[in-house]
Design a protein around this ligand. Structure first.
Ligand code: SF4
Ligand code: SF4
Length: 176
């Protein structure tokens, strides 16, 4: 190493320090100052309703099966018209890792992640959310999707009557 390269390295280091000294601080004085998370930030989970106001969740257990930490549980029930719903639905947020797999797995868009990250509690049992804590009045991120207009065929409507649904094909007519 020559004296020239040593001096260059020292002044390079000073330069980095000086650059950082002149930068605006990135520290946020939380909770007085709050940072707005990105819309796709994954935090508190909600259960949403379809545009008609009905519960979207059909208690299919897919979210529960997809959850890597087993923090979702529920009991399915059936209404008189054959429509399924969750009699109770529970999420233990003390175990949730906010991975979003439950929302990905949900066929009805019922379970959705929100950017609400302020769910700290003093008592860990308060982090067990029941259906009445989870179910919101709105549709969440997709305010037009209604699972029962696309699926649930044969339960609430005849086959072929769904939105953009073709009439069923008699497979015997396809035989050579
Ligand atoms: S976000 Fe992940 S850990 Fe949390 S309930 Fe959903 S699947 Fe489970
Ligand atoms: S939230 Fe979605 S995935 Fe979970 S049980 Fe309800 S419909 Fe199925």
């Amino acid at each position: 190493m020559s004296i020239f390269s040593d001096t260059k390295a020292i002044f390079g280091g000073f330069g980095v320090t000086l650059r950082h000294m002149l930068r605006r601080p990135v520290t946020i004085q939380y909770p007085e100052q709050k940072r707005t998370p990105y819309p796709r930030f994954r935090a508190r989970i909600v259960l949403t309703r379809d545009p008609d106001g009905g519960e979207r969740c059909v208690a299919c257990y897919l979210c529960s099966a997809a959850c890597p930490v087993d923090c979702i549980s529920m009991q399915s029930a059936e209404r008189e018209d054959g429509r399924r719903y969750a009699e109770w639905f529970r999420i233990n947020f003390s175990r949730c890792i906010f991975c979003g797999l439950c929302a990905e797995a949900c066929p009805t868009l019922a379970i959705q992640m929100t950017p609400d990250y302020e769910i700290c509690k003093r008592d860990i049992m308060d982090l067990v959310y029941e259906k009445e804590d989870l179910l919101i009045d709105g549709c969440g991120k997709d305010d037009r999707y209604n699972f029962y207009r696309h699926a649930g065929i044969g339960v609430t409507q005849p086959r072929g009557a769904g939105l953009e649904e073709s009439m069923p094909v008699d497979v015997r007519t396809l035989m050579p």
